[in-house]
Each structure stands twice: as structure tokens, then as C-alpha cells.
Design a protein around this ligand. Structure first.
Ligand code: EPS
Length: 389
């Protein structure tokens, strides 16, 4: 059985829940490091008031004993502190009262799941859609991905993420070693390694907020230390770059994904796209450049994995767009909800964790075993095979 997970829970419900199945036994977990990742997701210039209410921490309620996985499913929950303001509205039992008491939503917001979800599930209270489609769910995915990340770290694989652009402001990203990139971007309120762009981004977010608007941007994830041969060329659904692309597109509000130079590859001749192959005693086979972003033939090639995703501006606007009331079928122009002006820095943290998950899953498929020790032995064996190739 391969690694898999599911999440459940609503943004204003009591908690988010995740169940992970397929983790090996004897993975030592660092709970502080797990919660640190959740805190990173909450930060970033441009987030709204909700993040002042929440202090996300993951509580593990299954599959871990004395700090180590047992091989059983790992269950975890992240509490919603905001729930105490929503106990009636979000009650699982039937409640008495009118639309107002239920905070029924009948005015779908353009750009959200509201209308499609209402039509599809035959729900006349669009709150039933928006509660689950909210990006709050990414807190559960970061918690899950943080466990995958810790698994990868045991095998020397590191994951970093940063912001590339916010609206039309592009940050210069110096070619820093991964630990340095992590350190520098962690100190930035917009997760960039470019001080000049940082200030301009902050000013733009403030201006956007004052204007009642929202902005998106692009984020990048780098995974270093990945062995050659995760994923496979032999079948479409085993191509790891394709699986990563799906995971990235599944992040709320993401509208595009690139691996390596991505769309730029379509604007260059082949001689300026493909990465020449080199060999040295010290490094073995490697590439002179990494335009491929770590993938050839749907398999990792040993170079860092480089994935970018684009996040659209959050559709909850303080100056709403035209829409139609589902009760009256009449147009309306105002339904203001609390919102973030920009969540791109947080999205870069989510990106890291969904990518870490896919890499961990492929790693387990390749070096599969029921315990960390068995996986380690399989990896050593493969490394030996590589050295002799
Ligand atoms: C979100 C709306 C806001 C965000 C939320 C995502 O929440 P609320 O509706 O409670 O103001 O803060 O993000 C989170 C709660 C989070 O943890 O990231 C939405 O509609 O997607």
C-alpha cells in the first residue's frame, strides 16, 4: 500500500483532521519542528485578522508512541480557535432559527467554489461549500507535509520554498546554498531574498489592502538531495513531475505550475534548454545546468527539483464583483467577507509541503519497507548499484 492521506474539517468547524496511511515504523518525529512549519504558514505580510485568532499546532492522536511512528495510520488534528465564535452556525445538530442565525450564504462570490459547489451538491446554503473550500484546509496539508518532510530529512533531502513574485514585482533570487536560502527568506515578511523587492512588495500589499483589492503571485519550491530515479518513464501516472504538478494545482487558488524553466522552454531552441551531462569521480553523473528542474522522463535526475506555482488573487474582495443572488436571481454587488489581501508568502509554505509529500511518497515506492531501517538498507543497496554503474 502506498503512502496516502485524507483531510476533513471546515474552516469554522472545531478542527481539521488528517489521517496518513503507509508511513513506516520507527520514524522519529520532532513535534516542535512540525509546529514550526504550521506557524510559518500563518505568517506573511498581507494576511487578515483570522490569523491573529489562530495559533496552529498539530495534535497527534494516533500512530505515534514515545515519539516514533509505529507503522499504524497517523491521525492528527489542528484545532480552529475561531470555532468558539461559530458554535451555533457550525453545529452538527439541527438548529432553530432564520437565515441570519444560520449565517446562510445565498450570494455566491465570483472566483470561489460557492456557485459550482451549490449547484453540484444541491445545497441552497452556500456556506456548506465555502466552509470546506476555504484555504484553511491547507493547515492540515502542511501538518501532513511536515511529517513527510521529516521523513525526507532522515535521508538527507532538504526542502525550501520562497516567493518569486507578487503581482508584477519580481524578486531577484541569488543562487544561494539551500540552507542560506531558507535562513534569508525566513526573515523576510514576504519570503524573498531581495531586500529592494521586499519593500516594494510590502508597499504594494498595503496599497492593495487600502484599495479593498487582493493580489496573487508566484512561488517556488526546491528539493535538494533527491536520488536519481524517483518516479518512472514507463507509465503516465508514475511520472513524478506529473504527480507534483497535480499536487501543486490542488492548492487553493493555484492556476498554473512549472517545472524547471517551465513555459520558458517553449520560447528557446533545444540547445538552450537541455542540460549537458557531465561525469566526475566525486559527483558521478550530473548536469551542467538545471533547466529541467530535476526531471527527465518523469524521473528525478539527481539535480534539485525546482517547482513553481502561480496563485491567483484571493477572490474575496472588499469591493465585490457582479454576481447573482440564488434566491431572487437578481444581481447584487455587496457581500463583504473577512479576507487576506495577499496570501502568497503563506502559499510558498504550502507549496513546500505538498511537494515534500509527493517526493516522500515516490521515495517510499522506490525504497519501500515497513520500517525506517529497512528503507535505509534499500537505499544503501541502490547507492551501491549507482556507484558501480
Ligand atoms: C479563507 C478566508 C479567511 C482566511 C482563511 C482562508 O478565513 P476567514 O473566512 O475565517 O476570515 O483567513 O485562511 C485560514 C483560515 C488559514 O488558516 O489559512 C478562505 O476563504 O479561503
Amino acid at each position: 500500500m502506498s503512502l496516502r492521506y485524507l483531510t476533513a474539517g471546515e474552516t469554522h468547524g472545531p478542527q481539521l483532521t488528517a489521517i496518513i496511511e503507509g508511513l513506516p515504523s520507527n520514524l522519529e518525529l520532532d513535534f516542535e519542528a512540525l509546529n514550526f512549519q504550521l506557524q510559518r504558514r500563518q505568517k506573511g505580510h498581507g494576511r487578515g485578522r483570522r490569523m491573529q485568532i489562530e495559533t496552529d499546532t498539530a495534535q497527534i492522536v494516533g500512530g505515534v508512541r514515545h515519539g516514533r511512528t509505529t507503522g499504524a495510520p497517523v491521525a492528527l488534528v489542528v484545532e480552529n480557535k475561531d470555532w468558539k465564535h461559530w458554535t451555533t452556525v457550525m453545529n452538527v445538530e439541527p438548529i432553530e432559527g432564520n437565515d441570519e442565525a444560520k449565517r446562510r450564504v445565498h450570494r455566491p462570490r465570483p472566483g470561489h467554489a460557492d456557485l459550482n459547489g451549490g449547484l453540484k451538491y444541491n445545497l441552497k446554503d452556500l456556506r456548506n461549500v465555502l466552509e470546506r473550500s476555504s484555504a484553511r484546509e491547507t493547515a492540515a496539508r502542511v501538518a501532513v507535509g511536515a511529517i513527510a518532510r521529516q521523513f525526507l530529512e532522515k535521508f538527507g533531502i532538504k526542502v525550501a520554498g520562497h516567493v518569486v513574485s507578487i503581482r508584477d514585482i519580481v524578486a531577484e533570487t541569488p543562487n544561494l546554498p539551500i540552507d542560506e536560502l531558507i535562513r534569508v527568506t525566513e526573515e523576510s515578511p514576504v519570503r524573498v531574498a531581495d531586500k529592494a523587492a521586499e519593500q516594494r512588495m510590502i508597499d504594494l500589499i498595503d496599497q492593495t489592502k487600502a484599495d479593498g483589492d487582493t493580489i496573487g503571485g508566484t512561488v517556488e519550491c526546491i528539493v535538494e538531495g533527491v536520488p536519481v530515479g524517483l518516479g518512472s518513464h514507463v507509465q503516465w501516472d508514475r511520472k513524478l513531475d506529473g504527480r507534483i504538478a497535480q499536487a501543486v494545482m490542488s492548492i487553493n487558488a493555484f492556476k498554473g505550475v512549472e517545472i524547471g524553466i517551465g513555459f520558458e522552454a517553449g520560447r528557446r531552441p533545444g540547445s538552450l534548454v537541455h542540460d549537458p551531462i557531465l561525469y566526475s569521480e566525486e559527483k558521478g553523473y550530473h548536469r551542467a545546468s538545471n533547466n529541467a528542474g530535476g526531471f527527465e522522463g518523469g524521473m528525478t535526475n539527481g539535480e534539485p527539483i525546482v517547482v513553481r506555482g502561480v496563485m491567483k488573487p484571493i477572490p474575496t474582495l472588499y469591493k465585490p464583483l457582479a454576481s447573482v443572488d440564488i434566491d431572487t436571481k437578481e444581481p447584487f454587488t455587496a457581500q463583504v467577507e473577512r479576507s487576506d489581501a495577499c496570501a502568497v508568502p503563506a502559499a510558498s509554505v504550502v507549496l513546500e509541503h505538498v511537494v515534500a509529500w509527493e517526493v516522500a511518497k515516490a521515495f517510499l515506492e522506490k525504497f519501500g519497507g515497513d520500517s525506517m531501517e529497512e528503507i535505509q538498507a534499500n537505499l544503501e543497496n541502490y547507492k551501491q548499484q549507482m556507484a558501480e554503474y
